[in-house]
Design a protein around this ligand. Structure first.
Ligand SMILES: CC(C)(COP(=O)(O)OP(=O)(O)OC[C@H]1O[C@@H](n2cnc3c(N)ncnc32)[C@H](O)[C@@H]1OP(=O)(O)O)[C@@H](O)C(=O)NCCC(=O)NCCS
Length: 413
């Protein structure tokens, strides 16, 4: 029987075969430049392949990052690609590689793992829990209620990836805000030749301070899709919106994710009227909510040590169930978080192994616990829809203690 091998990606042996995987899943086309962009992406962090008959048929990638938790940064490993070729689907190869890459990243210090999911359920098997809804808004830029004469911006092209990345890392980040650290990530994301950017270099030494990066398959009238927005101050965001508005004599629709903490509908004239008038048209104005990213805690101690909350201190027992275990064997450098703990949440938080019979107990899957800790949903809601249970008094106290802003990664991965 042909054996399946799992090992680190080796460009000399696997480059061509992994291009074929991405072509088969439709992530790149036949263009050589797309394969080159993929190479930058693969080189950004850890890459593992699963081989069949000596050829790479499955590729799993992770890149290092950071996530803002209130005022602190937590180290993040982002799963940036999980792909299996057409011939070895449903052999469990992707699952074993995903578990292995998480274990290797966790063993080397990643406190959190995050990803964008293709569907709910698959990554729950490895302990991931869904993030909150993100809002995607599509609007006629002419209807933005912001000043309509911005300063003349600079053009940005794919060649500006280095300063675009540096500026991205310095953008205003709120709770849950993520940065992926390797510049090659931004380089790969900017490689599409239909894309363009507009922005301003207001830094002390001419650094790029604020910009948007946009894709426009239909250049003449749109829709344009703002792929990401970078700004450090409220004035800079308003200036970027003015820039979008300035395109409104020609472009009929702009789509973008709502920046964290901003309700863009506030700045749109007669939003309901335009939604009705454009219903089911090519330039349909609408607002959609989607929960498409997931996270899981990999280092409970590290995450809780960075948790500084207002209000009274709460202590409880935690029985944590981590489903990733069944994908990892004895030789794995990290084997998940299943176990019993005593957790303290407050101005100083922490965790110890064991249990205290005088305290109430919270039982949770690691995915549900991650969602509660991040502030995606209150414990009382998770107790209804996810794997989390506790006596009503403890649920109530958890709801009060973990009153957090909605987390928004503000980086599509
Ligand atoms: C997603 C993908 C990587 C899975 O690859 P694979 O090697 O077939 O995956 P595995 O064999 O490890 O796992 C498949 C198992 O997961 C299960 N599964 C798939 N989707 C699931 C879901 N939403 N919920 C629960 N289980 C799910 C399948 O039922 C299957 O289990 P079974 O064999 O018991 O039926 C592959 O379909 C692919 O490359 N898709 C295109 C690219 C893509 O979208 N990648 C994901 C990016 S986030």
């Amino acid at each position: 029987m042909t054996s399946v091998e799992m090992r680190p990606y080796d460009p000399a042996r696997d480059r061509k075969a992994t291009h074929r995987i991405w072509r088969e899943v439709g992530w790149i086309g036949k263009d050589v430049s797309e394969a080159e962009a993929m190479d930058y992406y693969v080189a950004c962090g850890r890459a593992l392949v699963g081989t069949y008959d000596g050829e790479a048929e499955c590729l799993v990638l992770a890149a290092p990052g950071r996530m803002r938790y209130l005022d602190d940064d937590v180290s993040l490993s982002c799963i940036t690609g999980v792909t299996t070729s057409r011939i070895v689907r449903k052999q469990g190869i992707a699952s074993r590689l995903v578990a292995r890459i998480i274990a290797e990243e966790a063993a080397e210090g990643a406190m959190l793992s995050g990803l964008g999911m293709f569907e709910q359920g698959y990554y729950n098997q490895f302990g991931f829990g869904s993030g909150g809804y993100e809002t995607r808004i599509a609007f006629d830029p002419a209807h933005l209620q912001v000043p309509s004469k911005p300063r003349v911006p600079s053009r940005l092209t794919a060649d500006d990836w280095q300063e675009a990345h540096a500026s991205r890392l310095l953008r205003r980040r709120a709770h849950g805000g993520c940065n992926l650290l390797p510049p090659a990530i931004t380089r790969a994301e900017m490689a599409d030749s239909d894309d363009f950017g507009l922005g301003y270099r207001d830094g002390e030494h001419g650094e790029l301070t604020h910009y948007f990066w946009c894709s426009a398959k239909e250049v003449e009238h749109g829709p344009y899709t703002v792929r990401w927005t970078v700004y450090q101050t409220p004035e800079q965001l308003l200036e970027l919106l003015s820039l979008l508005k300035s395109l409104g004599d020609q472009v009929r629709l702009v789509r973008m994710m709502e920046p964290p903490g901003i309700q863009l509908q506030d700045l749109i004239r007669q939003p309901f009227r335009h939604m009705r008038v454009t219903d089911r048209s090519r330039y349909e104005a609408k607002i959609e909510a989607l929960a498409y990213w997931q996270m899981r805690i990999c280092d409970l101690k590290g995450c809780l040590e960075r948790t500084r909350l207002c209000g009274q201190t709460l202590r409880f027992n935690l029985t944590l169930d981590d489903p990733i275990e069944r994908f990892l064997d004895e030789s794995s450098p990290w084997r998940g978080l299943s176990g019993e703990y005593v957790v303290t949440l407050g101005e100083t938080s922490g965790v110890e192994k064991g249990s205290d019979p005088s305290l109430p107990t919270l039982q949770a899957s690691v995915g549900a616990f991650t969602r509660m800790w991040l502030g995606v949903l209150p414990a009382s809601g998770l107790a209804i829809t996810d794997s989390l249970s506790a006596p009503p008094e403890l649920l109530d106290q958890l709801d009060r203690t973990l009153r957090l802003p909605q987390p928004h990664p503000d980086w599509d991965f």
